[in-house]
Design a protein around this ligand. Structure first.
Ligand SMILES: [Cu+2]
Length: 364
């Protein structure tokens, strides 16, 4: 019964194996090379990535695993939960900013009842928001308290990546210095390969450099848009979902529907400036406020709209990953003004918040 296969059949099987190996090498080789450069600890933590070649963008389930956490859209945050303060304080008066960034890998709640083991700068995702003026010097001391190499890449800087953005070994520090010669809101992120994984796990934030003559406003806020790729509850986020761009959540300042649960209270006809940074890693943003029109837009280093006789209006600030800007507007009457990214499939995934004017009931 176990007759040997004829020679021509062996040749066919060998060809199939060769084709399979070639396809696997082409599709997974780059990722495999990146992962091989990581430490053993990193590979252990990023275990799902080992299957990247079989669960990439073409996979039917988008990298999802049976045990992955799912956001309960009707859940509410637990008693005692507080939103991250969206207020952006004015730039410090000093022209030299000496700041410490501690890399900490820790459990962070990202939606009601869901925690993920995130990789953070100073314990939060997004990390700290820095602000300064043109010509200011920033000296950031980054210390790696994590379990694998990390680094930082400030888009607000013009420096040699080879020296300032190099990997910081576990337990080591690096001082990253730059002079802010351009205004805008700039992303920063860990740049260790695979960068998609390190940004996706929470290592991102923003630096705001005021343009000259920034007009006074009544309220100034900063919102960072980013995606969530949930692994199991309490585990790390899912790298296979990141590869497939299959996000579970799109959030402002790191938490699902954060400012729906905790609306931002403002006054009628007060002037509001909102800085928006899209830290991705992969999704776009079309930031919009229901019930008002922006009369001022500053995007990627330039005013694209300012009040003048044409009375032009803007309805959305469009931002690809790593783009940012600000808009200014007023809210004309009491009520709840929902802000969103106008890509509505992401609104139901947590990219929503509320400006509350007066005492309108939630949802009213
Ligand atoms: Cu990192």
């Amino acid at each position: 019964m176990n007759r040997p296969l004829p020679l021509w059949r062996w040749g066919g099987i060998a060809s199939l194996v060769l084709i399979f190996v070639l396809i696997a090498a082409l599709s997974g080789g780059a990722v495999a090379t990146q992962l091989n450069s990581q430490s053993a600890a990193s590979r252990q933590q990023a275990q799902p990535a080992a299957d990247a070649s079989t669960a990439g963008p073409g996979s039917a389930n988008g990298g999802a695993m049976p045990g992955d956490a799912r956001i309960n859209t009707s859940a509410k945050p637990a008693a005692g939960w507080t939103a991250r303060d969206p207020v952006l304080p004015p730039a410090d008066s000093p022209t030299v900013h000496n700041v410490s960034f501690e890399v900490i890998e820790k459990s962070v709640e990202v939606a009601p009842g869901i925690t993920q083991h995130m990789w953070t700068f100073n314990g939060t995702t997004p990390g700290p928001i820095l602000r300064g003026k043109l010509g200011d010097t920033f000296n950031i001391t980054i210390t790696n308290h994590g379990f694998q190499p990390h680094s930082i890449d400030f888009h607000a800087s013009m420096v040699s990546p080879t020296t300032q953005m190099r990997s910081i070994a576990v337990g080591k520090s690096l001082v990253y210095s730059f002079v802010a010669n351009h205004s805008g809101i700039f992303m920063y992120h860990c740049g260790v390969s695979p960068t998609l994984l390190h940004i996706g796990e929470g290592m991102y934030g923003a630096v705001v450099i005021d343009p000259p003559g920034l007009a006074p406003v009544d309220h100034e806020y900063v919102l960072i848009q980013s995606e969530l790729y949930l692994g199991r509850n309490g585990g790390i986020e899912d790298y296979n979902k990141m590869l497939a761009a299959n996000w579970d959540g799109v959030v402002f300042n790191g938490y699902y529907n954060q400012y729906v649960y905790s609306p931002i209270k403002v006054g009628k006809n007060q002037r509001i400036r909102v800085w928006v940074m899209n830290d991705g890693p992969s999704e776009n943003s079309s930031w919009h406020v229901v019930g008002t029109i922006f009369d001022t837009v500053f995007k990627e280093g330039a005013y694209t709209l300012r009040p003048d006789a044409s009375a032009g209006g803007s309805q959305a600030l469009d931002l690809m990953p790593a783009q940012g800007g600000f808009v200014e507007f007023t809210l004309p009457a009491d009520g709840n003004y929902t802000f969103i990214t106008h890509k509505f499939s992401n609104v139901v995934k947590g990219a929503a918040g509320i400006f509350q004017v007066g005492n309108a009931a939630p949802g009213g």
